[in-house]
Design a protein around this ligand. Sequence first.
Ligand code: DOR
Length: 430
Amino acid sequence: MLIRGGTVLDQAGRRRSDVRLEEGRVGEVAPDLAPADGEEILDAAGCIVSPGFVDLHTHLREPGREEAETIETGSRAAARGGFTCVVAMPNTDPTQDSVSVVEFVRAQGEAAGLCDVRPSGSITIGRLGEQLSPLAELAAVGVHLFTDDGDGVQDPLLMRRALEYAADLHHDGTPIVLAQHCEVKRLTEGAVMHEGHCCSRFGLPGWPAVAEELMVYRDIELVRLTGAPVHILHLSTARSVELVRAAKADGLPVTAEATPHHISLTDELLEGYSAIYKVNPPLRTMADVEAVRAGLADGTIDAIATDHAPHAPETKEQPLDQAPPGMLGLETALGVSLAHLDMDVTNVVAALSWKPAAIAGVADEHGRPIEAGEPANLTVFDPDETWEVQPANLASKSRNTPYIGVPLTGRTRHTILRGTAVVIDGAATR
Ligand code: DOR
């Protein structure tokens, strides 16, 4: 297959180049390659050819919530968004806290064949925050990232023990990573949106920024104590950004991600009481949005991660206090990021590709430089195309996107997984 007419963009920068793929790997990379007889050609004119995107934070809902998403529909949404690898969050039913559930998720991902599905494991059994999951056993079958996402580990002693235990665990030579959903639950009981001027005006119970920041601070100090790495999920407040910046300046192994919705939407959107804007952590103020954008721009925040959280319409149509939090993210992540970040495209791709690949422990296969011999996991996207989401056209089984009618910039044209085009001209091939 020959990817023709595009601009290659990777860790080495940008250059006008065609890319030939051979047996699942990158073959030649040079300008104006002549097509061989019968060679399949993918048109990349006006497009960027980059390493495939890696999502650190995808809810695929299977097993247990197949009415909202399945591993197949979620992987298709990922591929259409330009992702060649996703980390599947563990808040399934049953929880991804055992080898059998993790192997099931991985096998379903392989069967769908649309992107690499890397299951995370929960830190605690059932995500109940009481007893540690069999971290060593799960690491031995290839689980790299552990999290109780949906909830943070509330008990500081249990988190300390998890980090002490994790410090000695490796997967393929790299230390496993504990990823925290930072939320002190006692401070967010009953909350449906960010605590601030807007929630007072709307008469809605608020989720204070400090509920996130206390756990960010606690976990940074536990990293300092134990030396084990922590990844902070969906960081959303200005003060959290400052805490992570200071931790990095101290040389601590702390990484962080931000979602497309926390760099593009604010708490004012709850004005109409629509649960489409209910998400956890909640949409914050414009000052927070700007601080998160600045954190991405200066590298304090390593990665853009979607927190793709599909929910069936009948659940999202419930009143605000009963509707579950979460919004779709995979198919709009690139378009939201390029529309809302004042960053060079190379840095946006870094935050979508090789930086999250390193955190997810998949840097041997994803987010690789585009050079001969490297695995052909690639995304071809038009950085300038402006477009709007058509709900009927989404690959996800759910429709809970807040971006209907919102102009986005940048769209995936083709996605290549191990040398096979799984998306061509925006359409999934399987
Ligand atoms: O909004 C959210 N939805 N935040 C989470 O942490 C969990 C997620 C979900 O699973 O729906």
